[in-house]
Design a protein around this ligand. Structure first.
Ligand code: 26Q
Length: 803
């Protein structure tokens, strides 16, 4: 077949229009007179998708023809958000699309806004995977993302009486135009059953088998030079799962049970972003993803190669945290049981192929599976893990207490991932140091070359070009095009910083973003906010260590101060919160309710109304982030030092010209180094001081006693100022702050307070603020995910891009 006939030329507006109307009629089955917003979105999506296929096929063909090494990014989460506008921009079709819709009397932005988010992730780790996929495609790094096609992504959040209420998310209820089902690519994944030895070989006969069916989404890079594949696995019962014997015996429900179980594997994303320990379904999901992916990887390799010993020359597998850490044992199992490798050779080979990214030091988030559960669900893998553990002990002699893959009857997934990987990386400089020092000290001294740092990054296509068109236009007008793929060019903005007209134009982009946000808050959330106030934003998952509590306590202190002296020349502020709490995280949900209760009281106060507003739009997600981040003046990055591995929101805000108020934590440290200490509002204890402070008895009480502001705030809460119908509503929060305060809210409060006051003083000096904001944009090009991905390619994957 001559495929050249099918090649689509770059469309003129007229061709684009014809294609759109063609899809409206022949794919969607309606006509312009009757088309709904949904119909238009579908027609537009198919029009755009058509244009993605050529770079996608080209890239796939080139990778085969040139026999290139491929990266396989294994992740339980891909927090993609919307795809339509991102694909439109990357294919260079936004201007054409906007023009064609204009002529049809329709608004492109309005149509794009109809798309549901693909919310297949909780937060940072999942969004990072999405940024990296986009960067790999832009750089021409041959890569596959492997994940699970959850029927239900992260739950939808609404507030009832200020309380978080969860509802299932159902992005797949309407058609997904971006996904291609590949029924021919299906793999059996086994669970449970027995292992028996036969002629010195271990034979695992699973008791249950589930089919993993591939669903592929093209990921187009900016400039349409390359596209990769996001392959998501859907669980299907395999034919033999249905228990015919039971069915014939009349037990219809029991007969269908294994089938129902199979489908649960891809039913729903776990909404915890710290481990909910020991859940069999979660372990099964992790193995489902990993086994299907590893089988697919080996199958693809063997289609064009016959010597598995050369696998590391062609395959790099990256594990996004330990969630797919069973990849080590799985690859070893395939090599030993199916391909006749000796154990040591299989381990060496697997280790050369695998890499492991650590995203957390929080003890509760480090995965452990009980030996009993592992034996029940994955008996062969447990054998391999035990054998790995014995081998490590023999290789390295007596080990210190607490070292080893298994301890306290638990398999330690971090240690397992470490010993089966040739590189382990942390996600910011500080975090990597702490990974070395606190998490893997023994393994690090055995393998001093394994732990490396790759500081996170974010894609400028989504987080500037898509989210902030006025800023993007200013960048192009000032620097020319090209900053989108070479973000260090933002440096060039510094040449214009003394030009008042340029600063004015820059200020105008922020104003426009605020106006857009304020319009959206009014339309979609019924909230009215002024556009000339300082927008102070904290958006991220709810967690005690992220200290949304400290932020709302300070908001109360600020409110009290305004009331005491209303005429003192206050800077009007809008405090914006966004984020979800894990459904079972009681303290986090209490904090949400407190924020909403404070908002209700403060916003209704006529004395302060013009000076302080607190807003918490429900259901924060990627598309809400795209609206909030460009409008922010102040970015709240206030975690207890040593606890936020990196943060990536911090980078998105700085790139959009927000100043950061933050601790020396995660990538804040590097952001501050890049923008300069003068252009960053630093406060709080350092990671080492945090460790020391926690050892001081009564540290919270001591800090509270020293702080009048803090005491006034706690008293107002205790008196029921924000919960008059139930004064004791926040007893648990108050008790925690006074008596334990692990996250050192009390210890850091005064420092935070002073720094917030410095923020106000600085904001009053309009020119100074403008310059600082500009320098934040100009100096944060380093935090492009293109830079991060290049570092992965050279330091970990040993791969060169095809472009
Ligand atoms: C594990 C087992 C069972 C159930 C859930 C989980 C689970 C799920 C998600 C554990 C952790 C996560 C997510 C962690 C995460 O998002 N970490 C963040 O990763 C970002 C990208 O590196 C960093 O910027 C953040 O600092 C880090 O918190």
């Amino acid at each position: 077949v001559d495929l050249d006939d099918l090649t689509l030329p770059e469309p003129t507006p007229e061709q684009f229009r014809r294609s759109l109307l063609h899809h409206l009629q022949y794919t969607v089955g309606t006509d312009p007179e009757h088309a709904s917003k949904f119909d238009w979105r579908m027609a537009l999506s198919y029009t755009i998708r058509d244009r993605a296929l050529e770079p996608w096929f080209d890239a796939t063909r080139r990778t085969w023809n040139e026999d290139r090494k491929r990266v396989y990014y294994l992740s339980m989460e891909f927090l993609i958000g919307r795809l339509l506008e991102d694909a439109t921009i990357n294919l260079g079709l936004r201007d054409v699309a906007v023009e064609v819709f204009d002529r049809l009397g329709l608004d492109f932005a309005d149509i794009a806004d109809d798309e549901p988010d693909a919310a297949l992730g909780n937060g940072g780790l999942g969004r990072l995977a999405a940024c990296y996929l986009e960067s790999m495609a832009t750089l021409g790094c041959p890569a596959y993302g492997y994940g699970i096609r959850y029927e239900h992504g992260l739950f939808k959040q609404r507030f009832e009486g200020g309380r978080q209420v969860e509802a299932p998310e159902d992005w797949l209820v309407t058609d997904n135009p971006w996904s291609f089902t590949r029924p021919e690519s299906a793999y059996p994944v086994g669970f449970r059953g027995e292992v028996v030895e036969q002629d010195g070989r271990q034979i695992w006969t699973p008791q249950l088998q589930v089919l993993a069916e591939a669903h592929d989404t093209p990921v187009v890079g900016y400039g349409r030079q390359w596209a990769n594949t996001l392959r998501l696995w859907a669980a299907k019962p395999s034919a033999d799962l249905f228990d015919l014997e039971r069915f014939n015996a009349g037990d219809f429900t029991a007969a269908a049970e294994p089938e129902a179980w199979a489908r649960t594997l891809s039913r729903v994303l776990y909404p915890n972003d710290t481990t909910s320990r020991g859940k069999e379904l979660r372990l099964s999901q992790e193995y489902f993803l990993t086994s299907a992916s590893v089988q697919d990887i080996v199958r693809r390799y063997l289609e064009t190669h016959d010597d598995l010993r050369r696998l590391p020359e062609y395959v790099a597998i990256q594990m996004n945290d330990t969630h797919p850490a069973i990849a080590g044992p799985e690859l070893i199992r395939l090599l030993v049981d199916d391909h006749g490798f000796g154990f040591d050779a299989a381990v060496d080979l697997s280790t050369q192929v695998l890499g492991y990214t650590n995203h957390t030091l929080l003890p509760e988030a480090l995965e452990h599976w009980s030996v009993g559960l592992m034996r029940k669900v994955l008996p062969r893998h447990l054998q391999i893990i035990e054998q790995l553990d014995r081998r490590d002990a023999e290789l390295h002699g007596p080990r210190p207490e607490g070292v080893g893959l298994i301890g306290d009857d638990q398999v330690r997934m971090g240690d397992l991932a470490f010993v089966t990987s040739h590189k382990i990386n942390g996600v910011s400089a500080l975090h990597t140091d702490l990974v070395r020092r606190d998490l893997f000290p023994a393994l690090d001294s055995l393998h001093p070359d394994r732990i490396v740092n790759v500081t996170n990054g974010v894609t400028p296509r989504r987080w500037i070009a898509l989210a902030n068109p006025p800023l993007a236009q200013l960048l192009t007008d000032t620097l020319g095009s090209g900053w989108e793929t070479d973000l260090e060019r933002l440096k060039g903005l510094e040449d214009h910083i003394d030009d008042p007209a340029f600063r004015e134009a820059f200020g105008a982009t922020k104003r426009q973003a605020k106006e857009r946000l304020s319009g959206w808050l009014a339309d979609h959330h019924g909230i009215e906010v002024p556009t000339d106030a300082l927008y102070d934003v904290q958006v991220k998952r709810l967690h005690e260590y992220k200290r949304q509590l400290m932020n709302i306590l300070w908001t109360i202190a600020h409110w009290q101060r305004i009331k005491r002296d209303p005429g003192a020349g206050w800077v009007p502020r809008v405090k914006i919160f966004g984020g979800k709490a894990a459904p079972s995280y009681v303290m986090a949900k209490d904090i949400i309710r407190l924020i909403n209760d404070v908002a209700a009281v403060v916003n209704a106060d006529p004395e302060t109304r013009d000076l302080l507003q607190v807003v918490y739009p429900a259901n924060y997600n990627v598309s809400m982030a795209e609206k909030l981040i460009p409008a922010a003046d102040l970015s709240e990055q206030i975690s207890t030092a040593g606890m936020e591995a990196s943060g990536t929101g911090n980078m998105k805000f700085a790139l959009n010209g927000a100043l950061t108020i933050g601790t020396l934590d995660g990538a804040n440290v590097e952001i501050r180094e890049h923008v300069g200490a003068d252009n960053f509002f630093l406060f709080g204890l350092t990671a080492d001081e945090v460790t020391a402070r926690r050892n001081e008895p009564d540290h919270a009480r001591t800090a509270i006693e020293k702080s009048q502001a803090m005491r006034d705030v706690l008293q107002a809460i205790a008196e029921g100022t924000f919960s008059p119908d139930e004064p004791n509503r926040y007893g648990a929060i108050l008790d925690m702050i006074w008596n334990s305060d692990w996250f050192l809210v009390a210890s850091d409060f005064d420092s935070y307070d002073e720094t917030q006051q410095a923020v106000d003083r600085t904001y009053l000096d309009h020119e100074r603020w403008q310059r600082m904001a500009l320098l934040n944009v100009a100096r944060t090009g380093y935090f492009s995910s293109d830079r991060s991905v290049r570092e992965y390619m050279s330091r970990i994957w040993n791969i060169t891009p095809a472009l």
